[in-house]
Design a protein around this ligand. Structure first.
Ligand code: SF4
Length: 271
């Protein structure tokens, strides 16, 4: 189902300067979500899951910035307290209703994640070309931007895109969406550095499992083409003054804009 505004208006906000893998995913799920999040920049309150993701990413980022021999589990645990100060700000605490019980749960889950991560890989043996790498480039006039968790150089000399995942494991028949963001990062890397990463490694740190996929030419071309097609549509919808809504149970279940959409007459399915 596609729902348009009855009376589209020109946007007051400028068109975003670039497209990131996560914003592309927003757009592909529902263009109206992209409108609210990226064009109108309506703040989206943190959730427990998003706060935990940022908390854990912060610890891994600090850990990997240490010299390789210093990347021990004790060192990682020393970053928990700084993470509390940096990530669990008063605003985040309020948005996710972080009481003592929830905070204790978050700290306990973080401890499990760290223990499982150190079974998954030994960070003292990792060689990274970049940590939290900010990459801006363009493909066929489509401006792309992304922040990559890690870009490693493996023992064979190949580049590997590494992405930490704090959520649930995908089912075993990984759908193409599982690797979609990371494959677009591969496009960014190839365009920016002139070298295509050989592999993508997704670290499901809460489960102590990694899943990998080789990066292939056809997939890279398909991801670049999908981004270019989306950017063309984004510019058109922006000029039209409306981004269509495509409500569905799956799309709307994890969306922050359900109340707004319902108020605008979009038939958002009940959760
Ligand atoms: S609530 Fe549903 S229709 Fe509205 S923006 Fe979110 S995904 Fe789209």
């Amino acid at each position: 189902m596609v729902v348009a505004y009855p009376n589209a208006m020109a946007f007051e906000q400028p068109l975003p300067k670039s497209l990131s893998p996560s914003r592309l995913a927003d757009f592909q799920v529902c263009p109206r979500r992209y409108q609210h999040a990226s064009v109108e920049r309506i703040p989206q309150p943190a959730s427990y899951a998003s706060a935990k993701g940022r908390f854990v990413h912060y610890i891994f980022e600090q850990l990997m910035k240490l010299d390789a021999p210093e990347r021990t589990i004790d060192a990682a645990q020393r970053f928990v307290e700084p993470a509390r100060r940096q990530i669990l700000t008063p605003q985040v605490r309020e948005e996710i209703g972080l009481d003592d019980a929830n905070e204790a749960r978050l700290l306990a889950e973080t401890q499990v994640i760290l223990e499982r991560y150190f079974i998954l890989e030994d960070p003292r043996t990792v060689t990274s070309e970049g940590i939290e790498m900010r990459i801006a480039t363009s493909v066929d006039d489509t401006p792309l931007f992304g922040i990559l968790d890690r870009l490693d150089r493996d023992p064979d000399g190949d580049l590997v895109i590494v992405d930490y995942k704090t959520g649930a494991l995908p089912n075993r028949d990984y759908d193409s969406q599982t690797f979609a963001n990371a494959e677009l990062y591969a496009v960014l890397c190839e365009q920016k550095f002139g070298e295509r990463p050989a592999r993508i490694r997704l670290l499901y740190v809460a489960h102590g499992e990694a899943i990998e996929r080789r990066v292939s030419e056809p997939v890279i071309r398909a991801r670049a083409s999908a981004a270019t097609t989306a950017w063309t549509k984004i510019k058109r919808y922006y000029a039209d003054g409306e981004f269509p809504a495509t409500p569905s149970k799956n799309a709307c279940r994890f969306c922050s804009f359900t109340d707004l959409c319902r108020a605008q007459g979009v038939p958002v399915p009940p959760r």
